[in-house]
Design a protein around this ligand. Structure first.
Ligand code: LCS
Length: 405
């Protein structure tokens, strides 16, 4: 491997949410909350960013932009950014977006907060699938719209869509927006062409808006394929696609995402409401452009390393916690693991693992909206040596609890 994914990088004193923000984010607690482990003793397998260095080409692009000495108000005027983004999408997904439909946001989540307000009236409902990334619910709650959830079916660790339930909820005359997640966080499913076509047919039949959050689309197991909803619904005006290089290249802190809005009126409304009035961070643009132009080789090696991490965890679970049936996900660096066979009696699972194992992780309905009881989500985007330590601690805590029960 050309890149060293085994490197352990010190993240303290960088204002990282990952190291310093867990009390509030996971436990809704303040600095006075004491754990049996010191902050720097925790194995951190929670928030979805990576412990890996960004690719050197991105670090270099940021430095080169800084060398131009002025970081004044900026927009994406140059066509080279759009060309780089579209060449990436064409190469990886056989799909490209008209330049005039691509607008920007400080993140997919800020865009969701705004779009929920723009697209959904206070009486209308937003349909999502559970388990879900928590911020889909937060965006709906914040705008005081109504949330409707369709539970994914779980067949021994394999997740699938309950089409009957989804269609019924989509048919409710009050439902006006579907927030769609592909690849799906936290299950790691990549929806197949057939599944996407079925969802698209339901969305069209009821004339719904659909926001397809595809932020995880670059982070898939080797050999897998992601199909953008834009390919399944090539002419549907009520489709909005969200993509970013932020997760794939570990630069979420640069706060930048591509929001592709076909409908002109909504696009104008979106940019008019944008609190940053269309301005972007010039370092973020330079970094994203470099990722799309020159990040491909690094991403392939990252995917190979992540595949190895998943294989490691799969084997570890088979050998040490055989009652857990775990399927390696098709996408993301997140393992969605059912610990119900061992911890059915534990209510607050993240607190259990923080106290008993010294591992920070997310899980359960409180963080994943619903249909998540007894599940933990392990972030595997880190050197394998850290994962080995985390898994050892998780296993030891589970066995101790089980033996004492
Ligand atoms: N959409 C999905 C499906 C995500 O998983 C995340 C980040 C975002 C959007 C955030 O997009 P941004 O606003 O940064 O552009 N997921 C995270 C997670 O699961 N834990 O921490 C972050």
């Amino acid at each position: 491997m050309k890149y060293n994914f085994d490197e352990i990088i010190e993240r303290r004193n960088t204002n990282a949410l990952n190291t310093d923000g867990f009390r509030d984010y996971i436990f809704h607690a303040g600095p006075d909350k004491i754990f049996p482990y010191k902050d720097d003793e925790f194995v951190r397998m929670w928030v979805a960013d990576m412990e890996f260095s960004m690719p050197p080409v991105i670090c270099e692009a940021i430095k080169q932009r800084v060398d131009k000495k002025i970081l004044g108000y900026s927009e994406v005027f140059s066509s080279s950014y759009y060309e780089a983004f579209n060449a990436w999408c064409k190469k990886l997904y056989d799909c490209a977006f008209p330049q005039n439909e691509i607008v920007f946001s400080t993140g997919v989540i800020p865009a969701l907060y705004e779009l929920v307000e723009d697209l959904v009236t206070p009486e209308e409902k937003v349909l999502i699938m559970t388990p879900s990334y928590g911020f889909f619910k937060h965006a709906v709650d914040y705008r005081q719209r109504k949330l409707v959830c369709s539970s994914l079916k779980n067949n021994d660790g394999h997740f699938s869509i309950d089409f009957e339930d989804f269609a019924r909820k989509a048919a409710d005359s009050k439902t006006s927006l579907v927030i769609w997640c592909n690849p799906h966080n936290p299950s790691g499913r990549i929806w197949t062409q057939e599944e996407l076509e079925k969802i698209a047919a339901i969305v069209k039949e009821h004339n719904l808006w659909i926001i397809s959050d595809e932020i995880h689309c670059d982070l898939i197991r080797q050999g897998k394929k992601h199909i953008p909803m834009a390919k399944i619904m090539p002419d549907y005006q009520k489709l909005i696609t969200c993509m970013s290089a932020s997760k794939s290249f570990n630069m979420a802190g640069l706060m930048f995402s591509n929001i592709i809005i076909r409908n002109e009126a909504v696009r104008k409304q979106f940019t008019a409401h944008d609190k940053n009035v269309g301005f972007v961070n010039p370092l973020s643009v330079a970094a994203h452009q470099a990722a799309y132009e020159a990040g491909g080789e690094w991403l392939e090696q990252l995917k190979s390393y992540l595949d190895g991490n998943f294989q490691f965890v799969k084997e570890f679970l088979v050998q040490n916690l055989p009652e857990i049936s775990f399927e390696i996900p098709e996408a993301t660096y997140l393992a969605w693991v059912n610990v119900n066979p061992y911890l059915a009696d534990v209510d607050d699972i993240p607190m259990f693992f923080a106290n008993e194992a010294g591992v920070l992780l997310e899980g359960g309905d409180a963080l994943f909206v619903g249909n998540a009881k007894g599940y933990i989500r392990l972030n595997l985007a880190m050197p394998r040596s850290i994962i080995a330590e985390g898994m050892k601690r998780i296993c030891r805590a589970i066995k101790k609890h089980h033996d004492n029960a």
